[in-house]
Design a protein around this ligand. Structure first.
Ligand code: HAM
Length: 420
C-alpha cells in the first residue's frame, strides 16, 4: 500500500464497479439523447461570482461547501458545486439562445465538488448526469424532463424510487408567501441560527430535519395555498401531463431545494433504500437565473441525477446490471515464436472489433489459463511451437471446456463468426 489515500469524502472507481458506473452514466443519458438534448461540457471550475449569484449567497452550497481559491493570477475561482449555472453561462456565452431555436436543450455528465460532511451517499467529489432546457416556458417541457428521468431510472431496473413534486411560485406570488412565512416563523421558539435563516432564506426552515422544529411548523403557511393563478394553472398542467404519461408522483408542499434559483416546478427523486442521503436526483424550473447572471429573460428547467447514489440504489435493490465482459478472447502463447505470432493475432482480432487480451509476462500454461478464466473471456486461443508448426492453434471454449484445432489463417474469421 502506498502512503497516500484518496482524500476524505472521495473514493476511487475501480473495476468491476467502475464498469457499473459507466453503464449507469450511459443509461441516465440515453433518454436525453433520444429527446433532442445535445452534449455540453464546461470547465471543472468557474468564477466564484457565478455560483454566488446563480446558486445563491444564502445557500449552504455557496457559504459552506464551495472549494473556492485564488489563482496565482489573482482570479477568484471555485470547483463547480453543480452544473446549472455553468451550463447556462456557456449557452449565453455562445449565444445559443439567439440561434432562433428555443428551447436550447443540453445534457452533461461530470464531476462536482462540495465540501460536505462525508457519509454514505454524500461525498465531496461526486458525479451527476444533468439536463437543462433553456428559454421556454411550457409545462410540457417540465413534464418531458421528469418523464425522461423516470424512464432513465426504470431502464436501469430501479423500482422503488419516488417522485416528490412541488411548485415554488414565481416573482409575483413568492414574495407575498415569503413574507407570510416569515411572520409565522418569527412567532416560533427557534435557535439563533434558525432565526437568522428566517431573514435570508425562510423556505429552508421548512426543510429543517429536527423534530422539535418540525413540530412547531404545523399550521405554517404553505406555498401551495399562495400560488397565483398563472402558477396554479401551470402546475396543474404539469401534473396532468405526468399523469397522462403514467408517471406517479407525490405532492410535497414542503419540498424546498438547496439552491436558490428555483421558481414554479420543483421535484426530487428519492430512494428509500439509501438512508438519510435519499435524494437520487432533483431539479426544477429556474425562470430568473439567466437575468441573475446578467443574461436576458430565459425561462428554463432542468435536473441533475446523482450517479453515485443511483449506483447505491441499484445495490440496495439488488439489481445487477448486465455489463458485458470487456474481454471475449484471451490468448495464451507458449514459447517465444508462438508469442510473436499470437501477439499479431491479438492485434488483428482487436482491429476486427473482437475484445481480446493476451497472457503477458511469460506465464506458464497453468497461470495463463487462470488469467484466461478470470478475464471473463468466452474463448481462449492456446498455441505452442508444435501447434504452430502444424499450422494451427487450439481454440478452447471456456464455458464448455471443449477444445478444437483451428488453422492460423482462419482464426480471426472463425472467432468473428462465433461471437456475433
Ligand atoms: P442537487 O439536488 O443539488 O441539484 O443535486 C442533484 C443530485 O446530485 C442529488 O439528488 C444527489 O443525487 C446528487 N448529489 C448532490 N450532492 C451530492 C453529494 N455530496 N454526494 C453525492 N451525491 C450528491 C443540482 O445540483 C441542480 N443543479 C439540479 C438542477 C439542474 N436543477 C435544475 N437543473
Amino acid at each position: 500500500m502506498s502512503t497516500f489515500k484518496a482524500p476524505k469524502g472521495t473514493y476511487d472507481l475501480i473495476p468491476p464497479v467502475s464498469e457499473t458506473f459507466l453503464a449507469v452514466r450511459e443509461a441516465l443519458a440515453a433518454p436525453l439523447r433520444r429527446a433532442g438534448y445535445g452534449y455540453v461540457e464546461t470547465p471543472g471550475f468557474e468564477s466564484v461570482e457565478l455560483f454566488a449569484r446563480g446558486v445563491g449567497e444564502s445557500t449552504d452550497i455557496v457559504t459552506k461547501e464551495m472549494y473556492a481559491f485564488t489563482t496565482k493570477g489573482g482570479d477568484e475561482l471555485a470547483l463547480r458545486p453543480e452544473g446549472t449555472a455553468s451550463v447556462l453561462r456557456a449557452a449565453l456565452e455562445a449565444n445559443l439562445h439567439k440561434a432562433g431555436n428555443l428551447p436550447v436543450k443540453l445534457w452533461y455528465s461530470g464531476s462536482y465538488y462540495r465540501y460536505e460532511r462525508p457519509q454514505k451517499g454524500r461525498y465531496r467529489h461526486f458525479s451527476q448526469v444533468g439536463a437543462e432546457a433553456i428559454g421556454a416556458e411550457d409545462p410540457a417541457l417540465d413534464a418531458e424532463l421528469i418523464i425522461l428521468a423516470v424512464d432513465a431510472y426504470k431502464s436501469l431496473g430501479l423500482r422503488t424510487f419516488r417522485l416528490l413534486l412541488n411548485s415554488l411560485g414565481d416573482k409575483e406570488c413568492r414574495p407575498v408567501y415569503r413574507a407570510a412565512l416569515q411572520d409565522f416563523l418569527r412567532g416560533l421558539d427557534l435557535d439563533d441560527d434558525t432565526r437568522r435563516r428566517i431573514d435570508i432564506n425562510p423556505l429552508r426552515v421548512l426543510d429543517d430535519k429536527r423534530e422539535a422544529v418540525q413540530k412547531q411548523l404545523t399550521g405554517a403557511p404553505m406555498m401551495r395555498d399562495h400560488l397565483c393563478e398563472a402558477c396554479k394553472t401551470y402546475h396543474e398542467q404539469v401534473r396532468e401531463l405526468l399523469t397522462a404519461a403514467g408517471v406517479e408522483f407525490e405532492d410535497d408542499p414542503k419540498l424546498v431545494r438547496g439552491l436558490d434559483y428555483y421558481t414554479r416546478t420543483t421535484f426530487e427523486f428519492v430512494h428509500d433504500g439509501l438512508g438519510s442521503q435519499s435524494a437520487v436526483g432533483g431539479g426544477g424550473r429556474y425562470d430568473g437565473l439567466s437575468e441573475m447572471i446578467g443574461g436576458p429573460e430565459l425561462p428554463s428547467v432542468g435536473w441533475a441525477l446523482g450517479v453515485d447514489r443511483t449506483v447505491l440504489a441499484l445495490e440496495a435493490e439488488g439489481v445487477e446490471l448486465h455489463v458485458p465482459a470487456s474481454t471475449q478472447v484471451f490468448t495464451v502463447a507458449l514459447g517465444e515464436e508462438a508469442r510473436r505470432t499470437l501477439f499479431g493475432v491479438v492485434t488483428e482480432l482487436r482491429r476486427a472489433g473482437v475484445p481480446t487480451d493476451f497472457a503477458f509476462g511469460g506465464k506458464g500454461l497453468k497461470n495463463a489459463m487462470k488469467s484466461a478464466n478470470r478475464s471473463g473471456a468466452r474463448y481462449a486461443i492456446v498455441a505452442g511451437e508444435r501447434d504452430l508448426a502444424e499450422g494451427g492453434v487450439q481454440l478452447k471454449d471456456l464455458q464448455s471446456g471443449e477444445q478444437a484445432p483451428v488453422a492460423l489463417g482462419e482464426i480471426v474469421a472463425e472467432l468473428r463468426r462465433k461471437l456475433v
